[in-house]
Structure formats: C-alpha cells, structure tokens
Design a protein around this ligand. Structure first.
Ligand code: ZN
Length: 426
C-alpha cells in the first residue's frame, strides 16, 4: 500500500518511486498531492452511460458516472479523433447508442484503456476542437456527468493541437494533458479588445413584487439574487462588462429597462424572471425571444401578465409599434431577432445538462421588455413560482450556482459564435 511510501525496508525504494510517480500523475490531474487523498482504483466511479449528439456546427458528449472523477483530453490524428479519459473502475455500458444527428462526430467508443482509466474515443468527421469540458456533481435524479462540447476548426489549428498534445504527453510520460475545469472563467472565449457589454435585468422590483410563492417569497428578490451572482461570475471571466438595470429593490418601468440597455449600447440584454403560471404542473426553465405574433396561448398569457405589471404599478402600457415602421428599424429588428434567437439557443444548450427545462425551452412571446430594435434580447424564466419543485429549486444555493454557471457558459458561447461569424463576414 502507499502508506508504506517513505518507510524503510528493502522495497522502500520501489514504493517511493511508485508513490512519487502516482503523486506526479495526480498533480497533473489537478488533485492535491497529499498521500491521504490517494484512493484505490476500486473507489473510482463507474462509467454508467455515454451519448453523443452532433450537428455540423457542434457536438456534445455526455458521460454519466456513478460519481465525479478526474478527466483528461487529447487530440489525435490518423484518423482525426479526440480521446477523453476518465478515472474509472468499470465501464458498465452494454451497447452505446449511435451518434444522434449527423455532423462533427461520425462514431465513438467507450472502453477501459487500462486499469483505472476509461477512454471515450470520438472519431471526427471534420477537424474539431474541445470548446469546453466540465464535470458536474449528481443532482436530484441526474447522475454525475462529464460534458464535453466540440466545435469545428480548420485543418491547421487541428494539426497544431495534435502536435501540442503529443508533446505534452511525451513530457508527462504518457499521461494525456489535463483540461479539467468546472469554471466558466477558463472558457475558451477569445479575449476581445473591447469586452461585450451584457445588461442583466432582474425582473420586477420596488412596489412591483412580481409573482409570489405561497411561502411569501417574491419573484423580485429571486431575480435580483440571480442577477447579482451572474454578474459576479461573468465579470470574473474577464471577458465581459456587465451592468444591471437595478442593483437593489428599485422600481423600473419596462421602457426604462429597455432604454438602459439601448443607451448603453448593450451587446446582449437578459431579463430574468420566475413568474407564476395558471397551471401549477408546468415547471422548468425556458428562454424567450420576442415575437409579437406568437400564437402559443399559455405563453401569451404569461407575456400579457408580465406586460401588465406596468399598469399594476401605475404606468401605462408602452405604445404599440407604429404601423408604418422605418425600413431601417425593420431591418435592424430582423437582425436582432436572429441574434436573440442564437443567444436563446446557446443559453438553453448550456442549461440542458444542468437543470430541468420546459418542453420546447426556446420560446417566443410578445414580451415588451424585449422590444429594443438594436439590442439582442432574451428573457429567461428560471422556473415558476406556481410550481412546488421550482419554488424549492429557486431558493437553493447549489441549484442557483448551477443555473448561474450554465447561463454564463451560454452567454460566452453566444459571443464565441457571433465573434466568429463577424470575423468571417466580408
Ligand atoms: Zn416576471
């Protein structure tokens, strides 16, 4: 056993070597180099399931585990592959499902590479890079998970990554390079010369409580708590400037919120809510973009209710858009609509492995607070104060941490995409 490391005896030298080697390996994997923390292979979690979904623009691998573990990733060529190693005791997958969809990843396998190490090998249809990878603890009915997202890259960048990983691997005596992270701060977002401005809008405030749970918790307080925490996480990445429409229990009209985003030339406006629904069984997070002609009846009720808060608080509804709209504004609005939808998709994509979502979580409704023609705008319903499970989640700090981190990753993804498409635009 490793306990004997450093003790005397004929075999001490070998055990010392073994201990040093293991500690070096574990250091590499981000574990504190205390011998007491070294666990035996039998204590490693099992790989319970794995699945891959792919489109031409991205791919996602999810590995279900019986507990969180360390992981490492390497890029390989001939053929182009990405290897994801996790410390694991056993692979308990009977028959891995086929890749869902058609795109970046053509096939994959999951098997034990050696004792204590399970390897998932993604065979790439096109050169791709790991955009982000993170381990998630088990929550509710969801097991611990490793999530790995891939995005396309060019041949040259891919080959450079293969060479870099190989060099790192040789330097580390065969261990693959480490990329463990659960922190959106290490996200691969390019550091722009000017940081995008994200304006967060905690819904309601002041005399307008928003929705209220039976236990007396108000929506306005929940949205403010989330917004302040999301601001902190986004600022810590160093990639964004973040402003809030309100930082305390202040009342603002919907127009004032929109104007704040427009006057400050926000690059993204996110309104946070946790409304009530007349159907208490409806629960889960969802992300809305604006569509004046949306037809979903329930969503219309939600938007109408939200828009009515200005009347409740003594302010008139905003004027309807003039029938004859300036063609430029119209074009701008269309562009913003596209960007808003991309932002909503990116956020939902990151929320999906973390929290319960509504069916069809990217939704459209006529929310007045999303009316800016020149700022991409989305409204995030974190959950519903009319549903008991959501009420419990909304007040839990670990649930809040997960949602905030997922929102931060989604926002970073959105800017990754838009900055890339801006870079290739003529
Ligand atoms: Zn609300």
């Amino acid at each position: 056993m490793l306990k004997s490391a450093g003790s005397g005896g004929n075999s001490g030298g070998f055990f010392e070597f073994l201990a040093v080697f293991l500690v070096a390996t574990l250091c590499l994997l981000g574990v504190t180099p205390a011998l007491a923390q070294i666990v035996s292979v039998e204590d490693y979690p099992d790989v319970m399931d794995a699945r891959v979904s792919a489109t031409a623009e991205r791919a996602r691998l999810i590995i279900d585990l019986s507990g969180p573990t360390e992981f490492a990733i390497a890029t390989l060529d001939n053929p182009n592959r990405i290897a994801i190693d996790v410390k694991a005791f056993e692979v308990k997958i009977l028959a891995p499902a086929d890749v869902a969809g058609d795109g970046l990843v053509s096939s994959y396998s999951v098997e034990m590479a050696e004792k204590g190490r399970a390897r998932t090998l993604l065979t790439l249809a096109k050169p791709a890079l790991v955009q982000q990878a993170y381990m998630m603890e088990a929550v509710a009915d969801q097991p611990a998970r490793l999530v790995v997202d891939l995005i396309p890259t060019d041949e040259m960048t891919f080959n450079a990554k293969v060479a870099a990983d190989l060099a790192a691997s040789v330097a580390n005596q065969g261990a693959v390079p480490e990329t463990t992270s659960t922190d959106p701060g290490t996200h691969a977002a390019p550091v722009a010369e000017t940081r995008p401005l994200v304006v967060l809008d905690p819904g309601h405030g002041g005399i307008d409580n928003g929705a209220s749970a039976p236990n007396g918790v108000h929506e306005k307080d929940i949205t403010l708590t989330f917004a302040l925490q999301l601001q902190k996480v986004l600022m810590e990445t160093g990639h964004f400037d973040v402003a809030l429409t309100r930082e305390d229990d202040a009342y603002l009209t919907l127009n004032q919120r929109v104007d704040l985003a427009r006057q400050n030339k926000a690059d993204l406006f996110i309104s946070l809510h946790a409304d009530s629904f007349q159907e208490p069984e409806i629960r889960g997070a969802s992300v809305y973009t604006r569509d004046e002609n949306a037809t979903d009846v329930l969503d219309k009720v939600l938007a109408d209710g939200e828009n009515r808060y200005d009347i409740v608080a003594g302010f008139a509804l905003p004027q309807a858009t003039p029938a004859v709209m300036d063609i430029l504004v119209d074009l701008m609005r269309r562009e913003m609509r596209k960007s808003s939808f991309l932002a909503a998709e990116a956020i939902v994509h990151q929320l999906e492995p973390s929290v319960a979502l509504r069916r069809f979580p990217v939704r459209q409704a006529d929310f007045f607070v999303l009316q800016a023609p020149d700022v991409p705008s989305v409204l995030v319903e974190l959950g519903f104060l009319s549903n008991a499970a959501d009420i419990a989640n909304l007040q839990q700090s670990d649930w809040r941490d997960r949602v905030v981190n997922a929102l931060a990753r989604g926002i970073a993804d959105y800017f990754d995409q838009t900055q890339k498409s801006a870079a290739v635009a003529p």
